[in-house]
Design a protein around this ligand. Structure first.
Ligand code: ZN
Length: 512
């Protein structure tokens, strides 16, 4: 490099100009970031607080507790040996919610859906204007089992329906007998108040959601399709009111606008050469498979800040506590790598940004001193909306890059359903209702990592929203499907209020 002394003044001038140019660019960027941050307006709404309703808390919690006592357990591969419990549960609903089981409400059962063994129920409250598309609410009354060895870890037995001053305890308290009973309570209240919906209201109570809803809501959806029923909005379980959303001190009511797809893959490595382990070759089937799994773990699918994650940040970003966070989220065009890295740091944030691939089962070999000729592993995959099963298979094969490893798609895979619009009129109606009952919260859309029965209705309605607004923190989320599942009495009463307001706002006269 020629940097003789006679060139120094020129170099200094260039450096000076360069520095000025950079400074101007820097100031320009800062101005641009600030303008974007200022334009990053809140998407929260101001609405009057919903009125308190005259509800008898003791009676309400007693009825929920009674519902928990009936162990309607969905067990994988079961032949419905516990069928009497499901029938008993239906009788219980009829006994404690008589107003919901009298005309003009119709209760449709499995016979209508082409299969008397279908134990799901569909309630129909006809609206005065049949031309209006209906509202559909979903909940399920089956629950996941409790592993026998964990029963002793529960504070109260999981099917005792224990209720105290603060909580109602037991399997189903959050998922989702709370919803089932709260819808019944809300409908009972409105009927006694003389409410007449203008828009029809349907309530589908699934009996096999925890098994995929294939005999329950899938058939109800087919039946609704055949009847030509049009829907304005579907509300299902999914989100909650989360205390402890990163960077936000206020609780966040998360409304699921989508859910991830699901797939499992079986990977098998086979090698012709078996034999005695005292003279091993360089590679065995186990080694080949392990190396493939290692490649998959170290090369995860790419993160994407689009769709659901983008929508979530649009709603949460303006409410973030720190100015720096707001600046970064408002200027994702520049800071998306930083935002992604921050989100990626937690398992839930990571799951929100990418299709996740995780090995969940592995087997190979038959004896300690025999070389294995085959080894198998199962991968469980949750597909981010936008990724398809086909694109996933291509990506997995390309990362494995080993023709000795076969990849097989296992049954029960499903694509991620389309994302619902967080700016749709029905989302806004829902947001206003959430805010009116829970004025302390921020509302934000997100994509669920689990699945719900609403997936069976994607052809019937584009506006599917998933939330049961119960206040939970990160650690309490583990109670769902876990130990010590319980709901706070206050949350349960507010849930009933929320459903009352929602039916009034979505289906009530002059609101349609
Ligand atoms: Zn559930």
């Amino acid at each position: 490099m020629r940097t003789g002394s006679r060139h120094l003044p020129r170099l200094r001038t260039i450096c000076k100009h360069g520095a000025i140019g950079l400074s101007i660019a820097g100031v320009g960027l800062i101005i641009c970031f600030t303008i974007n941050a200022n334009r990053f307006k809140s998407r929260q709404v101001r609405v009057p607080t919903a009125p308190q309703v005259d509800l008898n808390a003791s009676e309400l919690t007693e009825r929920l507790s009674g519902a928990i006592k009936i162990a309607t357990v969905s067990t994988q591969n079961s032949a419905r040996a516990d069928l009497p419990k499901f029938v008993e549960f239906q009788s219980y609903l009829r006994a404690v919610f008589p107003d919901v089981h009298l005309g003009p409400l119709n209760v449709l059962t499995g016979t209508e859906f082409g299969d008397p063994r279908n134990l799901s129920l569909l309630y129909h409250w006809p609206g005065s204007d049949p031309a209006l598309p209906a509202m559909l609410a979903l909940a399920h009354y089956d629950v996941v089992p409790v592993e026998p060895e964990t029963v002793k870890l529960w504070t109260h037995p999981p099917f005792a329906g224990h209720s105290d001053d603060e909580f109602v305890w037991g399997r189903g308290a959050l998922d989702s007998k709370d919803s089932v009973c709260a819808w019944m309570e809300a409908a009972t209240y409105l009927r006694r108040e003389g409410f007449h919906p203008e828009r029809s209201i349907y309530l589908a109570l699934g009996h096999d959601e925890e098994l995929g809803g294939l005999n329950g809501n899938k058939r109800i959806a087919q039946w609704m399709h055949a009847q030509g029923i049009r829907l304005h909005l579907i509300i299902d379980e999914g989100g909650c009111i989360l205390n402890g959303f990163p960077g936000v001190s206020r609780p966040v009511a998360l409304i699921g606008i989508g859910e991830k797809g699901y797939a499992s893959l079986e990977l098998s490595a086979r090698i012709a050469m078996g034999g005695h382990s005292s003279m091993p070759p360089n590679e065995t089937a186990i080694g080949i498979l392990a190396a493939g799994l290692q490649r998959l773990q170290t090369n995860p699918l790419p993160t994407r800040l689009d769709g659901g994650a983008n929508a979530m940040l649009d709603f949460v970003g303006p409410e973030m506590d720190s100015l720096l966070s707001r600046l970064a989220v408002a200027n994702r065009w520049c800071f998306s790598p930083v935002v992604k890295r921050l989100l990626e740091a937690t398992p839930s944030g990571n799951a929100a940004l990418r299709t996740t691939v995780v090995p969940t089962m592995i087997r190979g070999g038959i004896k300690e001193n025999v070389l294995p000729t085959s080894a198998l592993a199962t991968l469980n995959i949750r597909l981010l909306p936008g990724d398809t099963i086909e694109s996933l298979l291509a990506q997995i094969n390309s990362t494995l890059n080993d023709p000795r490893i076969d990849v097989r798609l296992l049954p029960n895979a499903r694509e991620a359903p389309p994302i619902s619009d967080p700016l749709a009129e029905s989302f806004q109606e829902l947001q206003r209702t959430v805010t009116s009952v829970y004025p302390e919260v921020i509302v934000a859309p997100f994509v669920l990592v689990g699945g719900t029965d609403s997936i069976h209705y994607v052809d019937l309605c584009p506006d599917i929203y998933r939330i049961t607004p119960v206040r939970l923190n990160q650690s309490e989320l583990t109670r769902i499907h876990g130990i010590d599942e319980r709901i706070a009495r206050r949350d349960y009463i507010d849930l009933v209020r929320f459903y009352i307001e929602l039916m009034k706002n979505i289906a009530g006269p002059s609101k349609s």
